[in-house]
Ligand binder design. Structure first.
Ligand SMILES: [Cu+2]
Length: 225
């Protein structure tokens, strides 16, 4: 469920033909009003003819202290992502997701080459050695996206004026919310968006010796304490 609460002042219904860049600040909350991190906010132009490619940037999904970091990484279609292993333990990173299937066999340090994410969609990342390790890479089709920080804040800058569809995604969402539209004019916009999630603990490494009795089901990572 998406709720636009305080954007009425920001929404102007005159059409602005200029391409002046604007910005959007999003406060993400759950249905209790509590700040929600790790939410991907993607804006897709309603009348998009051609979207400019996002400027090349370096993206990383680290393995550190035997967890993936960040938990949710949003990248543009066509991004290359490095998977450095900062632990002494070897990891074996893989994905079976249709948007990208790959594996980086047991390694420490830098993997041989970055992985190219050329299809939009959601890529669930796991480790063959540590079943609780879990992370997600959201490959955005639009160059206009951000993911919320621990305070629930996401900021999208350099937005051309116009109407956009807002798509939200969170690993713990109960249902895929219906997209909502927003009109961006030449100003700064602030909206509060709400997502219905079933809060869980992020994957964390179990204490030593816990592994033997650990439930290694496919959902283990979501219940790791
Ligand atoms: Cu691992």
């Amino acid at each position: 469920m998406i709720r636009l609460t305080d954007c009425l002042l920001c929404l102007s219904y005159f059409v602005c033909a200029s391409l002046t860049a604007a910005s959007l600040s999003v406060n993400m909350t759950d249905t209790q009003g509590v700040a929600l991190g790790d939410t991907v906010v993607e804006l897709t132009p309603v009348t998009a003819s051609a979207m400019p490619p996002k400027a090349p940037q370096h993206y990383e999904m680290r393995q550190e202290n035997r967890v993936f970091s960040p938990f949710v990484l949003a990248v543009p279609q066509g991004a290359k992502v490095d998977f450095p292993n900062l632990d002494r333990t070897r990891h074996h990173v893989y994905s079976f997701s249709p948007a990208k299937q790959f594996e980086l066999k047991l390694y420490v340090g830098q993997a041989e080459a970055p992985i190219l994410f050329d299809q939009p969609g959601l890529v669930a990342i796991g480790c063959n050695i540590h079943d609780y390790m879990q992370a997600f890479i959201y490959v955005a089709k639009s160059p206009y996206f951000a993911s919320s920080d621990d305070n629930g804040l996401a900021s999208i800058t350099d937005l051309p004026t116009g109407e956009y569809t807002i798509t939200l995604w969170h690993p713990w969402q109960n249902v895929q919310p219906q997209p909502t539209n927003i009109i961006i004019n030449e100003s700064s916009h602030t909206v509060t968006l709400t997502l219905d999630v079933n809060r869980q603990n992020k994957p964390s490494s179990p204490p030593s010796g816990f592994g033997a009795s650990f439930n290694a089901s496919s959902h283990a990572g979501q219940h790791a304490k």
